[in-house]
Design a protein around this ligand. Structure first.
Ligand SMILES: [Fe+2]
Length: 151
């Protein structure tokens, strides 16, 4: 395993997580409208999730003898809910791509691979969350009623 390359990619992920902490916290403060409380709570949770990811990344980077980055990736901002969600989706997508790239570098390190796989999974589920909020998910129901067969 090329530890330097892994540290570089994990640090890119850490910068994205820092951006998430700040971007989602600002969104939770700014969001307006009749469902403000719901969305403020949602964005606050996203901010906390990024913070938790940042903690884990920091641990692993130091374990690999690297120095955790301190600079956040570019932070996007808006006062409009749909735009905030689109920006959130972009951020989760960027994180997902970064951890997929890391996954390609850690095949022979079991514990590190498990950590990176969990990050990939978390970000993939986060992408789904934002896609649903943006109405980008289309699941159809074949029948309006489900009749159970008698036993
Ligand atoms: Fe994350």
């Amino acid at each position: 395993m090329n530890a330097e390359a892994v540290i570089r990619v994990l640090n890119r992920g850490l910068s994205i997580e820092y951006a998430g902490v700040i971007q989602f916290l600002q969104a939770s403060s700014l969001v307006q409208g009749p469902y403000r409380e719901v969305h403020a709570g949602f964005f606050r949770e996203r901010s906390e999730a990024s913070w938790k990811h940042g903690q884990k990344l920091g641990r692993w980077i130091v374990l690999l003898n690297g120095l955790p980055a301190v600079e956040p990736a570019p932070i996007k901002q808006s006062t409009e809910l749909t735009e905030m969600l689109r920006q959130g989706l972009e951020l989760e997508g960027e994180a997902h791509r970064t951890y997929l790239e890391a996954l390609g570098l850690v095949a022979d390190a079991a514990a590190l691979r498990l950590f990176v796989e969990e990050m990939v999974q978390d970000e993939r589920l986060d992408i789904d969350t934002f896609e649903r909020l943006l109405g980008q998910k289309t699941v159809t129901v074949a029948a309006k009623e489900v009749k159970l067969k008698p036993a």
